[in-house]
Design a protein around this ligand. Structure first.
Ligand SMILES: C[S@@+](CC[C@H](N)C(=O)[O-])C[C@H]1O[C@@H](n2cnc3c(N)ncnc32)[C@H](O)[C@@H]1O
Length: 190
Protein backbone atom coordinates (compact mmCIF):
# COMPACT_ATOMS: atom_id res chain seq x y z
CA UNK A 1 0.00 0.00 0.00
CA UNK A 2 2.65 2.54 1.07
CA UNK A 3 4.87 1.41 -1.80
CA UNK A 4 2.11 1.83 -4.37
CA UNK A 5 1.19 5.24 -2.95
CA UNK A 6 4.84 6.32 -3.23
CA UNK A 7 5.18 4.91 -6.75
CA UNK A 8 1.91 6.61 -7.78
CA UNK A 9 1.39 4.77 -11.08
CA UNK A 10 -1.07 6.44 -13.44
CA UNK A 11 -4.05 5.03 -15.31
CA UNK A 12 -3.07 3.21 -18.48
CA UNK A 13 0.57 2.65 -17.54
CA UNK A 14 2.48 -0.62 -17.67
CA UNK A 15 4.04 -1.58 -14.33
CA UNK A 16 6.52 -4.34 -13.56
CA UNK A 17 5.91 -6.14 -10.26
CA UNK A 18 9.37 -7.51 -9.52
CA UNK A 19 9.22 -10.71 -7.46
CA UNK A 20 5.43 -10.48 -7.59
CA UNK A 21 4.85 -13.63 -5.51
CA UNK A 22 1.16 -14.52 -5.36
CA UNK A 23 0.16 -11.11 -6.67
CA UNK A 24 -0.71 -9.37 -3.41
CA UNK A 25 0.10 -6.02 -5.04
CA UNK A 26 -2.18 -6.63 -8.00
CA UNK A 27 -5.49 -5.36 -6.55
CA UNK A 28 -4.08 -1.96 -5.61
CA UNK A 29 -2.05 -1.71 -8.80
CA UNK A 30 -5.11 -2.57 -10.80
CA UNK A 31 -7.10 0.13 -8.97
CA UNK A 32 -4.52 2.69 -10.05
CA UNK A 33 -3.91 1.43 -13.59
CA UNK A 34 -7.49 0.75 -14.60
CA UNK A 35 -8.54 -1.51 -17.43
CA UNK A 36 -6.17 0.17 -19.90
CA UNK A 37 -3.09 -0.46 -17.76
CA UNK A 38 -0.91 -3.57 -17.69
CA UNK A 39 0.68 -5.41 -14.78
CA UNK A 40 3.75 -7.48 -15.64
CA UNK A 41 4.47 -9.83 -12.76
CA UNK A 42 7.92 -11.42 -12.78
CA UNK A 43 8.92 -14.14 -10.34
CA UNK A 44 11.33 -17.06 -10.37
CA UNK A 45 8.88 -19.37 -8.61
CA UNK A 46 6.36 -21.31 -10.70
CA UNK A 47 4.26 -21.97 -7.59
CA UNK A 48 4.01 -18.28 -6.76
CA UNK A 49 3.07 -17.46 -10.34
CA UNK A 50 0.43 -20.18 -10.31
CA UNK A 51 -1.25 -18.42 -7.35
CA UNK A 52 -0.84 -15.03 -9.02
CA UNK A 53 -2.47 -16.38 -12.19
CA UNK A 54 -5.38 -17.77 -10.17
CA UNK A 55 -5.81 -14.39 -8.46
CA UNK A 56 -5.91 -12.54 -11.79
CA UNK A 57 -8.27 -15.06 -13.43
CA UNK A 58 -10.64 -15.15 -10.45
CA UNK A 59 -11.13 -11.40 -10.76
CA UNK A 60 -11.39 -11.48 -14.53
CA UNK A 61 -8.40 -9.19 -14.97
CA UNK A 62 -7.04 -9.04 -18.47
CA UNK A 63 -3.76 -7.23 -19.09
CA UNK A 64 -1.86 -9.18 -16.46
CA UNK A 65 1.27 -10.73 -17.94
CA UNK A 66 3.11 -13.25 -15.75
CA UNK A 67 6.65 -14.31 -16.52
CA UNK A 68 8.83 -16.85 -14.78
CA UNK A 69 12.37 -15.49 -14.65
CA UNK A 70 15.22 -15.00 -12.20
CA UNK A 71 15.80 -11.24 -12.01
CA UNK A 72 19.51 -11.72 -11.33
CA UNK A 73 20.17 -14.08 -14.22
CA UNK A 74 17.68 -13.01 -16.85
CA UNK A 75 18.49 -11.66 -20.29
CA UNK A 76 16.53 -8.37 -20.41
CA UNK A 77 16.20 -8.56 -24.21
CA UNK A 78 14.45 -11.91 -24.18
CA UNK A 79 12.20 -10.90 -21.27
CA UNK A 80 11.22 -7.71 -23.13
CA UNK A 81 10.32 -9.86 -26.15
CA UNK A 82 8.15 -12.09 -23.94
CA UNK A 83 6.36 -9.03 -22.56
CA UNK A 84 5.66 -7.87 -26.11
CA UNK A 85 4.41 -11.33 -27.10
CA UNK A 86 2.01 -11.12 -24.16
CA UNK A 87 0.52 -7.95 -25.62
CA UNK A 88 2.44 -5.46 -23.48
CA UNK A 89 5.05 -2.90 -24.45
CA UNK A 90 8.74 -3.90 -24.41
CA UNK A 91 9.53 -1.04 -22.03
CA UNK A 92 7.48 -0.36 -18.93
CA UNK A 93 6.49 2.92 -17.26
CA UNK A 94 7.26 1.85 -13.71
CA UNK A 95 8.57 -0.97 -11.52
CA UNK A 96 7.68 -1.99 -7.99
CA UNK A 97 9.72 -4.39 -5.85
CA UNK A 98 8.12 -5.17 -2.48
CA UNK A 99 10.04 -7.45 -0.11
CA UNK A 100 11.78 -9.11 -3.04
CA UNK A 101 15.17 -7.48 -3.80
CA UNK A 102 16.54 -8.42 -0.36
CA UNK A 103 15.86 -12.06 -1.25
CA UNK A 104 17.77 -11.98 -4.51
CA UNK A 105 21.38 -12.18 -3.35
CA UNK A 106 22.97 -10.03 -6.04
CA UNK A 107 20.10 -7.53 -5.92
CA UNK A 108 22.22 -4.87 -7.68
CA UNK A 109 22.33 -7.08 -10.77
CA UNK A 110 18.56 -7.52 -10.46
CA UNK A 111 18.27 -3.71 -10.26
CA UNK A 112 20.34 -3.32 -13.44
CA UNK A 113 18.26 -5.93 -15.28
CA UNK A 114 15.03 -4.31 -14.10
CA UNK A 115 16.19 -0.93 -15.39
CA UNK A 116 16.75 -2.40 -18.84
CA UNK A 117 13.04 -3.19 -19.00
CA UNK A 118 12.02 0.39 -18.19
CA UNK A 119 11.51 3.56 -20.18
CA UNK A 120 14.06 6.34 -19.68
CA UNK A 121 11.85 8.33 -17.30
CA UNK A 122 10.17 5.41 -15.54
CA UNK A 123 9.44 5.47 -11.82
CA UNK A 124 10.79 2.80 -9.48
CA UNK A 125 9.41 1.87 -6.07
CA UNK A 126 11.14 -0.32 -3.49
CA UNK A 127 9.76 -1.57 -0.18
CA UNK A 128 12.07 -3.67 1.97
CA UNK A 129 13.20 -4.34 5.51
CA UNK A 130 15.93 -3.28 7.90
CA UNK A 131 16.50 -3.48 11.65
CA UNK A 132 13.87 -1.45 13.53
CA UNK A 133 15.11 1.88 14.95
CA UNK A 134 14.31 4.17 17.90
CA UNK A 135 11.56 2.95 20.25
CA UNK A 136 11.21 -0.23 18.17
CA UNK A 137 14.84 -1.35 18.52
CA UNK A 138 13.87 -3.96 21.08
CA UNK A 139 12.09 -5.78 18.24
CA UNK A 140 15.36 -6.27 16.34
CA UNK A 141 15.90 -9.97 17.24
CA UNK A 142 12.35 -10.74 16.15
CA UNK A 143 12.74 -8.82 12.89
CA UNK A 144 16.05 -10.55 12.14
CA UNK A 145 14.56 -13.96 12.87
CA UNK A 146 11.57 -13.32 10.59
CA UNK A 147 13.83 -12.15 7.75
CA UNK A 148 16.23 -15.06 8.14
CA UNK A 149 13.30 -17.51 8.17
CA UNK A 150 12.00 -15.99 4.93
CA UNK A 151 15.45 -15.95 3.32
CA UNK A 152 15.78 -12.14 3.23
CA UNK A 153 19.05 -10.33 3.91
CA UNK A 154 18.02 -7.66 6.43
CA UNK A 155 21.28 -5.80 5.75
CA UNK A 156 20.74 -5.53 1.97
CA UNK A 157 19.00 -2.10 2.04
CA UNK A 158 18.07 -2.15 -1.67
CA UNK A 159 16.10 1.12 -1.38
CA UNK A 160 19.48 2.84 -1.34
CA UNK A 161 19.56 2.34 -5.10
CA UNK A 162 16.51 4.60 -5.37
CA UNK A 163 18.29 7.18 -3.21
CA UNK A 164 21.45 7.03 -5.32
CA UNK A 165 20.09 6.57 -8.82
CA UNK A 166 16.69 8.25 -8.92
CA UNK A 167 15.45 11.81 -8.64
CA UNK A 168 12.29 13.25 -7.07
CA UNK A 169 12.56 10.61 -4.36
CA UNK A 170 9.58 9.99 -2.07
CA UNK A 171 10.49 8.49 1.32
CA UNK A 172 8.44 6.75 3.98
CA UNK A 173 8.92 4.19 6.71
CA UNK A 174 6.66 2.08 8.89
CA UNK A 175 6.73 -0.35 11.80
CA UNK A 176 9.39 1.48 13.76
CA UNK A 177 11.60 1.90 10.71
CA UNK A 178 11.57 -1.84 9.94
CA UNK A 179 9.87 -1.14 6.60
CA UNK A 180 11.61 1.30 4.31
CA UNK A 181 9.76 2.72 1.32
CA UNK A 182 11.31 4.70 -1.51
CA UNK A 183 10.13 5.71 -4.97
CA UNK A 184 11.65 7.98 -7.56
CA UNK A 185 12.24 8.65 -11.23
CA UNK A 186 15.12 6.74 -12.80
CA UNK A 187 18.07 8.54 -14.31
CA UNK A 188 20.56 5.92 -15.50
CA UNK A 189 21.47 2.18 -15.54
CA UNK A 190 20.14 1.60 -19.00
C1 LIG B 1 8.58 -12.20 0.11
S1 LIG B 1 7.95 -12.52 -1.49
C2 LIG B 1 7.16 -10.96 -1.84
C3 LIG B 1 6.08 -11.10 -2.85
C4 LIG B 1 5.36 -9.80 -3.22
N1 LIG B 1 6.25 -8.84 -3.81
C5 LIG B 1 4.65 -9.21 -2.03
O1 LIG B 1 4.98 -8.09 -1.63
O2 LIG B 1 3.74 -9.86 -1.51
C6 LIG B 1 9.41 -12.45 -2.51
C7 LIG B 1 9.20 -13.00 -3.93
O3 LIG B 1 10.41 -12.77 -4.66
C8 LIG B 1 10.63 -13.89 -5.49
N2 LIG B 1 12.07 -13.94 -5.83
C9 LIG B 1 13.10 -14.14 -4.99
N3 LIG B 1 14.26 -14.10 -5.65
C10 LIG B 1 13.94 -13.86 -6.96
C11 LIG B 1 14.71 -13.69 -8.14
N4 LIG B 1 16.04 -13.79 -8.11
N5 LIG B 1 14.06 -13.42 -9.29
C12 LIG B 1 12.71 -13.33 -9.33
N6 LIG B 1 11.93 -13.49 -8.24
C13 LIG B 1 12.54 -13.74 -7.06
C14 LIG B 1 10.18 -15.08 -4.65
O4 LIG B 1 9.91 -16.21 -5.44
C15 LIG B 1 8.96 -14.51 -3.95
O5 LIG B 1 7.79 -14.79 -4.68
Amino acid sequence: MLGIDALAPAAGQQVLDIGCGTGLNFPLLRERLGTAGTIVGIDRSAQMLHQARRRARARGWENVILLQADMVLLDPGSVAARIEDGGGAAVSDAALATYSLSLMGDWEQAWTNMNRLLSADARIGVVDMQDPVGWARWLTPLARLACAAGGSDITAAPWQAVEKRCVDVVRASARGGHLQIRAGKRTDDR
